[in-house]
Design a protein around this ligand. Structure first.
Ligand code: CP
Ligand code: NVA
Length: 322
């Protein structure tokens, strides 16, 4: 009789070695399921106190030209737990902030470190970094995408609901990086996706076009609307994000007025399924995009999402760097 496959085998299947993790564009449905399963195993091992160090003596360079709490801490702690080391490289302190070309930065860092995580403004800058680096590049948020956050969110939904297939996620608010990563990933995991944004703050048309094609291919719903009630009707998940993202601080006051009807509050949540979960990538502005009673209430899983950043990112790091 064949022996049961030892659990460790899962760790040795390194299907994404050397790859970049920039957005969900070139990640297949199978790879997403693989990363989620790896994340579940890594989380279980961590909770059981098992030492697992596939990245022993490996170093991750972490470039930040925007602020961060979760991304910085979870990547640094994740690298440590995997046996490696993370370097915090502030955009203000490295030469990139004084105009050193991205291509040169990519080539230099490739001689020192084993992977780069970058949080910055233009998505094209991250793509350029990836083109010129000989090592994997991971997107820790750009103006266009935030794939690590959506991976953590999806793991959280799986934990809460058991299965992803056929669930409906309603995103209410700005058509921003979070919304983009959500509409890219959802079809590949069998999730129906609804996005309600104010007029003029819809998602990027190119990202939408691509997401529509995947929704058709995978047979999932993709609804884009300006009506938050239509989006939330019968939803399993209600998701929101800040109304003014990093870099849009000057628009904050204007957006607070324009987005007022898109607040996630008790009245809006009453349209969702009775067992809906509330999600937010954080940081949150209570009293703006979400009321305190919702984000701090019984349906909220926001701190599970934050924790799961650690576990899914460890899976991504192992997949591309081990
Ligand atoms: N959600 C998220 O990316 O948080 P930080 O901005 O704190 O990294
Ligand atoms: N849309 C937000 C997400 C923060 C994690 C921003 O870009 O600021």
């Amino acid at each position: 009789m064949a022996k049961a496959m030892p659990a460790i085998k899962e760790w040795q299947v390194n299907r994404m070695h050397g790859r970049d993790f920039l957005d969900f564009n070139d990640i297949t449905s199978d790879e997403l399921h693989y990363l989620l399963s790896l994340a579940e195993t890594i989380k279980r091992k961590q909770k059981q106190g098992e030492v697992y160090q596939p990245l022993l003596r490996k170093t991750l360079g972490m470039i930040f030209t925007k602020a961060s709490t979760r991304t910085r801490v979870s990547f640094e702690v994740g690298m440590y737990q995997l046996g490696g080391h993370a370097l915090f490289l502030s955009g203000n302190d490295i030469q990139i902030g004084r105009g050193e070309p991205i291509a040169d930065t990519a080539k230099v860092l490739s001689r020192y470190v084993d992977g780069i995580m970058i949080r910055t403004f233009a998505h094209e800058d991250v793509e350029q970094l990836a083109v010129h680096a000989d090592i994997p590049v991971i997107n820790g948020l750009t103006d266009l995408h935030h794939p690590c956050q959506v991976m953590a969110d999806i793991l959280t939904i799986k934990e809460q609901k058991g299965d992803l297939q056929g669930l409906t996620v309603a995103y209410v608010g700005d058509g921003n990086n979070m919304a983009h990563s959500w509409i890219q990933a959802a079809p590949k995991l069998g999730l129906n996706m609804r996005v309600a944004t104010p007029k003029g703050y819809e998602c990027d048309p190119a990202v939408v076009e691509q997401a529509k094609q995947w929704a058709a291919e995978y047979g999932t719903e993709l609804l884009l609307t300006n009506d938050p009630v239509e989006a939330v009707q019968g939803a399993d998940v209600i998701y929101t994000d800040v109304w003014a993202s990093m870099g849009q601080e000057a628009e904050q006051a204007e957006r607070v007025k324009l987005f007022a009807d898109y607040q996630v509050n008790e009245q809006l949540c009453a349209h969702a399924k009775p067992d809906y979960i509330f999600m937010h990538c954080l940081p949150a502005h209570r009293g703006e995009e979400v009321t305190a009673d919702i984000i701090d209430g019984l349906h909220s899983v926001v701190f599970d999402e934050a924790e799961n950043r650690l576990h899914v990112q460890k899976a991504v790091l192992v997949a591309v760097m081990a």
